[in-house]
Design a protein around this ligand. Sequence first.
Ligand code: ATP
Ligand code: MG
Length: 277
Amino acid sequence: MNSTRASQYDHQMQYRDRSEIIVDVQNFHKSYEGRSVLSGIDLKMKKGDHLSILGAGGSGKSTLLKGMLGLVQPDLGQVSLFGQNIFQLGRQERNALLNRVGMAFQLGALFDFMTVRENILFAMHNMTSLPDFEMEERVHRMLASVNLPAAARKLPSELSGGMRRRVGIVRALSTSPDLALLDEPTAGLDPVTSAVVIDMIHKLAAEIGSSLLCVTSSVEVAFTFARQVAILNGGRLVAKGTWKELHELNDPRITEFLDIRGYTPPEFDGINGKENA
Ligand SMILES: Nc1ncnc2c1ncn2[C@@H]1O[C@H](COP(=O)(O)OP(=O)(O)OP(=O)(O)O)[C@@H](O)[C@H]1O
Ligand SMILES: [Mg+2]
């Protein structure tokens, strides 16, 4: 292939890649003990998308993320990741597919008997084929980037909840996942650390090229994390858009939820105001 044709080919591949649907959740239903939690979730993400899902406490955010990993079995509905239906794959194939996904669980979900360094190395050993020196270098570089330079040799029990959460995020991103799922990544962190952590996630994701999905009950976190936010209400994703688009829908289920929490993104000077940027 000559260089012109090669670059046209690269261009086509990039174009095709960007339109690739990497998450396709269809009609996902889940009830616990006869009580419906999710009642028909439809969610699509393309490669490179950053999306937040905003929902009240107990609205089913963690259930949805676990469903996307096959950790929660839906009563009805499908989940495809990278074009493959996860519930139709054998165990080995599913694990291979999930190696492309990083998950930061709400409470960190670290192994108590391993140090922080070992927790992160364990994920990398299982999910990547990086050389040992690169894994070690990554552990230390990424911990430093979340302001935990001295945490490597500590046990999770020696860390605060917020520190464990940051380690959980590092572990999720350490494997260079194509898709990272983040469950309340900044809950319980002070506003400054919270901003640092979101910034760190964006920087790491930009280096890796990961697509990002964050679920949160904080309006501020949702819109700081991504411009596109989907609203989870009554077991369904009732709307998706930028802060301005969501307000313009004039849907009380959405506006009340956004306004009660009294957050306006810095680029706007009010609900009906113009965009400053
Ligand atoms: N394994 C389970 N067994 C029974 N009920 C469950 C289970 N997991 C979740 N639930 C219930 O489902 C509902 C949704 O829970 P989920 O943890 O998904 O909500 P959430 O939006 O993540 O909440 P939070 O904002 O508090 O993290 C809650 O009422 C919860 O009690
Ligand atoms: Mg949750």
